[in-house]
Design a protein around this ligand. Structure first.
Ligand SMILES: NC(=O)c1ccc[n+]([C@@H]2O[C@H](COP(=O)([O-])OP(=O)(O)OC[C@H]3O[C@@H](n4cnc5c(N)ncnc54)[C@H](OP(=O)(O)O)[C@@H]3O)[C@@H](O)[C@H]2O)c1
Length: 275
């Protein structure tokens, strides 16, 4: 089976790429954008460039495509250009495994099920570019394709397969090393998922025949404060250095405080476990 991982040099993508490389009967190619790539054999490709995208895709002809691309302020372009190019190239036989986010939930309150409605943020909201692009991507995929798996995840954490940590934990360690306190919100509840468990789940959907939308992660839900305090202790620092942050920021408006995910479906339909 031929698999292509777009974003294979990224935090989650590197674990996905590494796990797929170790999977028998799987021929993996991966793309990156900015040098240096974290693996020597990745192809440099800007997914937003239609000619080079087409050329690369025609050479690769994958059976399964994994989309682990993210571009912060340019996320909308990534969907309008990159994902649209990809969708025009996919045949009904080619499966797309798309990494989505709990940011698609902007109404109601978690824990959310897979069939709960997704919605956009007002355009002037500080998170609207990313959140609305993810909503747009899911609409594109569900309207245009049948052979897809959308995996939604909350905050991804932990050491990936090449030893990189998520930015939040990196910043935590930097502060704790200096003996400084760090504050996190206790009222924002999420489903935190370990990067390598998520990557294993992606690899599972590459191999299996399952399609549709799935929430990835453990049953447990935590506030950022609880989660980061536990993280500090696991890393061997004093939990007391992690403090509760003030409970209001501009970004709160329009966003539910609890965007945790109900993950029963993935647990019931796959063998994947989440720590
Ligand atoms: N991190 C989280 O907490 C989280 C939570 C939920 C969902 N997700 C989703 O999970 C996926 C992976 O996230 P991540 O945290 O691994 O992100 P990441 O570390 O930022 O990796 C994303 C990769 O996308 C590549 N990229 C950006 N623009 C590109 C372009 N125009 N053409 C080609 N490649 C491009 C970058 O490649 P280079 O590095 O080579 O430049 C980057 O490595 C994303 O779809 C994200 O939305 C992430």
């Amino acid at each position: 089976m031929k698999v292509c991982v777009f974003g294979a040099s990224g935090y989650a993508g590197a674990s996905i790429y590494q796990i797929l490389q170790e999977t028998p009967n799987t021929e993996v190619t991966g793309t990156y954008l900015e040098d240096p790539a974290v693996f020597d054999d990745l192809y440099k490709l800007d997914v937003n460039q239609p000619e080079s995208f087409s050329e690369f895709y025609k050479q690769t002809q994958p059976d399964v495509v994994v989309w682990s691309v993210m571009s912060g302020p340019y996320e909308d372009e990534l969907i309008q250009e990159g994902l649209s190019h990809l969708i025009t190239h996919l045949t009904p036989q080619t499966k797309l495994v798309y990494m989505s986010s709990d940011y698609v939930f902007t109404a109601g309150n978690g824990p959310y099920n897979e069939d709960d409605p997704i919605s956009r943020l007002p355009e002037d909201h500080v998170f609207s570019t990313y959140a609305n692009a993810k909503v747009k991507a899911e609409h594109f995929i569900t309207q245009e394709l049948t052979n897809y798996a959308i995996l939604r995840a909350g905050p991804i954490y932990g050491e990936n397969k090449i030893g990189q940590l998520d930015d939040r934990t990196d910043k935590l360690i930097a502060q704790l090393r200096l003996g400084k306190t760090v504050a996190y919100r206790d009222d924002l509840i999420r489903t935190f998922v370990h990067v390598n468990d998520l990557a294993m789940a992606v690899a599972e959907f590459v191999k299996n025949e399952l399609t549709g939308i799935y929430h990835a992660g453990p049953d447990k839900r935590h506030s950022f404060y609880e989660f980061m305090q536990q993280m500090a202790e696991q890393l061997g620092y004093q939990g007391e250095l992690v403090e509760e942050a003030s409970q209001h920021e501009e970004a709160d408006e329009e966003i539910p405080k609890n965007t945790s995910l109900s993950t029963d479906k993935i647990k019931d339909t796959t063998k994947q476990t989440f720590r």
